[in-house]
Design a protein around this ligand. Structure first.
Ligand SMILES: Cc1cc2nc3c(=O)[nH]c(=O)nc-3n(C[C@H](O)[C@H](O)[C@H](O)COP(=O)(O)OP(=O)(O)OC[C@H]3O[C@@H](n4cnc5c(N)ncnc54)[C@H](O)[C@@H]3O)c2cc1C
Length: 314
């Protein structure tokens, strides 16, 4: 692996990276996928996916199940794998380099598929309820909370827009914000106020979560008085939803190297970045929708562009 120059080096083994690997391997390119943890990225956090077309169980399957078949499919086409955390890169020459904690890796082309990480709400027992009441993605999970109470956390326009979307599914939606005022435009503020299902609760943060297997209790803290209060799910419902919209972050590794916008890598529709031979795919790039299906599509496009690029070097 050391000193071998791969046709394609893929950083990240989430849906974008695994699909890029499948397409590049199938195109008879030599491919290395570098992943620091378990395959799957963000989607392995979810216990139920309902919106990936053609999934083997249309009534819902776990992220882990979906990823297991994506990994196996990439493997089938001869993709090589390494487990390492990449800490730096050198894209200055014709051979691109990734520098990891365990070695250095070389490629004629690179596809950056490092995704985006959700910023957690930061309350007690949060990890225990991810996928069991706690979510960070309205498009992904709204449907699971149809007819239930939903709480959202965040005070900016993204949090407000996601809350308005979620209110279509919720029995009642409470938008929690730790500040004294929302950071939204007058138009969005008016839309929130006109929505009979939405209540905005300011100066309030989530301190702790509870429930027997699913989320049914939220401990709130008033950020001005320090007072705690507890809300419990309706006995009939047995649970409610809590959506965190406190931001997402991407790796900072490419700042100053690749063209970025709002922390995300800028690409064109061919997934090309500003450096020839360097592509980005999935949640890490500037894109209007961050989902498995779009990440996979990006990965496929990037891989086929790598194939053309490698062909042009001969
Ligand atoms: C809780 C939750 C539920 C979701 N539910 C759905 C759903 O139902 N349907 C849907 O379509 N989408 C859903 N999504 C969104 C979906 O998971 C993402 O859009 C998708 O995973 C993006 O894929 P990706 O490959 O671009 O990035 P990611 O999935 O983020 O994968 C990136 C990978 O890169 C690796 N990596 C990052 N940096 C490095 C480094 N320096 N070195 C080595 N490896 C690195 C990471 O470990 C990770 O495995 C959900 C997201 C979350 C958080």
């Amino acid at each position: 692996m050391e000193n071998k120059v791969y046709d394609v080096m893929i950083l990240g083994g989430g849906p974008a990276g695994l699909t890029a690997g499948l397409y590049a391997g199938r195109a008879k390119l030599s491919v290395l996928i570098i992943e620091k943890g378990a395959d799957g990225g963000q989607i392995i956090l979810t216990h139920e996916i309902e919106n990936y077309p053609g999934q083997s169980n249309i009534d819902g399957m776990s992220g882990q199940e979906l990823i297991a078949s994506m990994s196996a499919q990439a493997q089938k086409f001869g993709v090589e794998r390494v487990s390492d955390t990449i800490e730096a890169c050198d894209f200055s020459g014709p051979v691109k380099k990734f520098i990891g904690s365990r070695g250095e890796y070389l490629g004629k082309t690179v596809i950056v598929c490092t995704g985006a990480m959700t910023r957690f709400i930061g309350c007690g027992h949060e990890a225990d309820f991810v996928g069991r009441g706690v979510s960070y993605c309205a498009v992904c999970d709204a449907n699971f909370f149809t007819g239930l109470d939903i709480y959202t956390v965040g005070g900016n326009s993204i949090a407000a827009e996601e809350s308005i979307y979620l209110s279509k599914f919720a029995k009642r939606l409470v938008m929690l914000h730790k500040g004294k005022a929302l950071n939204v435009s007058p138009e969005i503020k008016a839309e929130l106020e006109a929505n009979p299902k939405i209540e905005v609760r300011l100066s309030t943060e989530v301190a702790d979560l509870g429930g027997d297997g699913v989320l049914s209790e939220i401990v709130l803290r008033n950020t001005e008085t320090g007072e705690f209060s507890t809300v419990k799910a309706d006995a009939e419902d047995g649970m409610f939803g809590l959506f965190g919209f406190t931001g997402r972050k991407t790796t900072g590794m490419f700042d100053g190297i690749l063209d970025m916008e709002g922390g995300y890598i800028k690409t064109n529709e061919k997934m090309e970045t500003n450096i020839p031979g360097v592509y980005a795919a999935g949640d890490v790039r500037v894109t209007p929708l961050r989902q498995v299906v779009t990440a996979c599509a990006d990965g496929a496009i990037a891989a086929m562009q790598c194939s053309k690029y490698v062909g042009s070097l001969k």
